[in-house]
Design a binder for this molecule. Sequence first.
Ligand SMILES: [Zn+2]
Length: 448
Amino acid sequence: MLSPSIDRVTYVQSSDFSDLQEPTRALLPVRRARLIHVVRRTGRVAGVVYAVCLAAVAAVIGVTSLTDQAEAAEVRAITWPVAPDHLDNVQPWSDTYGAPRSGGRSHLGVDICGPKMTPLVAAADGEISWLRHSTASGNNLTITDADGWEYHYIHINNDTPGTDDGVNNYDEAFGPGIERGVEVRAGQVVAYLGDSGNAEGTCPHLHFEIEKPDGSNINPTPSVDIAAAAIREGAIDPDLGLTYPSLSSFAADALTTLAGTNPNADEIATFRAEINDTGVAGALEPLVGPDSIAAGIDRLYFATFLRLPDADGYQYWIEQEAGDWNVADISQFFATSDEFVARFGDKDYAALLDQIYRDMFGRAPDSEGRDYWLERLADPDDPVTPGTVLSYFSDGDEAKIVAGTRSELVALTALFEDRMPDANEIAAWQELRESTSFGDAVTDRFLS
Ligand SMILES: [Zn+2]
């Protein structure tokens, strides 16, 4: 019943994109939006492995409030905090975040056991914001990065090499030139692994914590795992044309940005295998194609607001859909926003339907569809809401046809350039896609 036509596609391409880049703050908790932004930007700037904070784990454990979800699971882009050539010299570490410790405390770090004097390196560019050299209490230091995130290094060495004498020479505890207030670069040696403080009775180890600007900790284990994986696999194959430090970091970015999941090591390995089998574009296609979460969110923004998503909102709602929201829930939420009310608020259902058909499909409603939805909207016993109508429409075949390659470009631009495309870019992509395959278009536009 719904066949593609050039007219419809043309209509969409020539739609009013005047408010293209304007974020709809009403649609997303502001604090959360900033958090995503900070984490992602920092990863890019530092040029290290990165991923974003996610809600998927929160959904699994049944956390329902948006705030709780935002804080439940995060991965911070870091450099592995031990010198990379010592990766095989340390013992395997495990996730002991939250494990009980003496005095009712819980463990806020990850413990990496290894030989004393193993060099410890800065996990990020930043400043040595705190340093303690204390025979009584132990040696530790904190690096604060430009975004206010803190990286804590505890149990730094206090022994003469080869002994457990506790003599605590400064230059056998801290790296060359390291003192409070100095700037360090990611990967720079800042200290040496040891057993100072209350670690004298355990294996010498680095206790490493990641603290957010608001003073709360995240579980550092996934961040440390991904940073170590990047060392193991080495530099990325330049033939792939990806500007990422490792294939794992690209996989983590693609899965977090486009699928809204917090990928574990197996999922990252699977995605890497797909890249090896089908190329970068082949691995990305299911994440950006018409049946992807990302494309669905793009279409829902268009259906509800007749515009592209803003970058933060797009990321946020992809994560929610990967968590415990479905399209209908999200659409319901959109339909309560000020922006939606401003567009549709004073319309009766018939006028609303007419406008939805016109905006989305560039045509008048067919009478069958119009009558069906009018009846359901006015059903005295079990009325559907405009939000429900929008979710049906935005997920339907005609919406997929009309959205065409726009949703692909929105997703790819979000992944590779951390932004939304403009109308000219959408038109150019459309043209490119009419003349070439998805894979060739991705290579041409995004891979160098
Ligand atoms: Zn510890």
